[in-house]
Write a protein that binds this ligand. Structure first.
Ligand code: GRF
Length: 208
């Protein structure tokens, strides 16, 4: 079993999906930069150490990330999983965990990095939207793509209905990505990720 630390800032539904997926992973800690993050409750419920590390108490982003690294190292981590973690990481952090730091983003990257992806998708009138699991690099919401899921954008969608359709797929692809990582099946070469297994698909097309 590999050890993974989850970083989150809010609701934690992706963390819950990972816990429910019965992965070959020991979650050694869940850490939130927001002490009131609802997602930490899932850690409590599963007997996983829950750490609240309030970023407001640190003078600089660097100081906060150093404390974050100390917590991660204390718990032990082969993999660091960003699950709705809403803080920009320092370059030092990203470099330290290069190749073992993954994120889920609610768009088909490289389209719509940053916040408010569902609003942006509706504004642009795209007909296909989705979500992406990727390895994290120093560029925000960028990095080698592990798996993507696509969903249709329907004529009467609101940001909320579209977000819900995408979120259902997030809960599907994130456990898959973490499972592949845990099984040692992910290979990054030339900035692209392949899965060392016959016949697997790194995309999902979801019908509503
Ligand atoms: C998800 O939409 C994820 O893609 C994004 O932040 C949101 C977190 O949701 N990075 P949750 O906290 O996992 O419910």
């Amino acid at each position: 079993m590999i050890k993974a630390v989850v970083l989150l800032s809010g609701r934690g539904s992706n963390f819950k999906a990972l816990l429910d997926a019965d992965l070959p992973v020991t979650f050694s800690a869940a850490i939130s930069n927001r002490p009131d993050a609802a997602g930490l409750e899932y850690a409590h419920a599963h007997g996983i150490p829950a750490v609240a590390l309030d970023h407001k108490k640190f003078p600089t982003r660097e100081a906060f990330d150093e404390a974050l690294i100390a917590e991660i190292e204390k718990a032990g981590a082969d993999l660091v999983v960003l699950a709705g973690y809403m803080r920009i990481l320092t370059r030092a952090f990203v470099e330290r965990y290069a190749g073992r730091l993954i994120n889920i983003h609610p768009s088909l990257l490289p389209s719509f990095p940053g916040l408010h992806t569902h609003e942006s998708a509706l504004r642009e009138g795209v007909k296909i939207h989705g979500c992406t699991v990727h390895f994290v690099t120093a560029a925000l919401d960028h990095g080698p793509v592990v798996i993507q899921a696509a969903v249709p954008v329907l004529p009467d969608d609101t940001p909320e209905t579209l977000a819900a359709r995408v979120l259902a797929q997030e809960h599907r692809i994130y456990p898959q990505a973490v499972r592949w990582f845990a099984e040692g099946k992910l290979v990054i070469s030339d900035g692209c990720v392949n899965v060392r297994e016959q016949g697997v698909s790194q995309w999902v097309l979801a019908t509503p």
